[in-house]
Design a protein around this ligand. Structure first.
Ligand code: DQA
Length: 139
């Protein structure tokens, strides 16, 4: 199975950014442990701070991956365009968040994406990504 992980704005700063909320591990390090753990799965990773690049990546991913894990970060709460992009593709998308967005500011409680996603995994730290992969691998 080929799974693409897409991270949105500011997630390139993981490890340095608000470690009390997001932990102290850079995503690239964590991605290596995911590749080790899920050896039979072909994992790829893309990060962008630019909304249009995330939208274009979703379009292209539809042809080259079986499933997508998306942490759109702040765009989750603002982007009708990203929601429309998920709706426009056939491959399943799982929305993930590292922090428990529902325990944070009210503006983080709404997602423009969830409605179009297969499921949502929120608040398990970086393990949210593990859980998303596991759920794609479950029969
Ligand atoms: C986040 C939660 C968002 O509200 C926030 O803007 C992020 C990260 C998370 O993974 O917890 O940048 O998506």
């Amino acid at each position: 199975m080929k799974i693409l992980i897409i991270n949105g704005p500011n997630l390139n700063m993981l490890g340095k950014r608000e470690p009390e909320v997001y932990g102290s591990q850079p995503f690239e390090d964590y991605f290596t442990t995911l590749q080790f753990k899920f050896k039979a799965t072909e994992l790829s990773y893309f990060q962008s701070n630019i909304e249009g690049e995330l939208i274009s990546k979703l379009h292209v991913a539809n042809d080259s991956f079986d499933a997508i894990i998306l942490n759109a970060a702040a765009y989750t709460h603002t982007s009708v365009g990203l929601g429309d992009a998920i709706a426009s593709i056939e491959k399943p998308v799982i929305e993930v968040h590292i922090s428990n967005t529902f325990a944070r500011e009210a503006y983080r409680h709404h997602s423009y994406l969830s409605k179009y996603c297969k499921g949502v995994i929120v608040g398990f730290g970086l393990k949210s990504y593990d859980l998303a992969i596991e759920s794609f691998l479950m029969k």
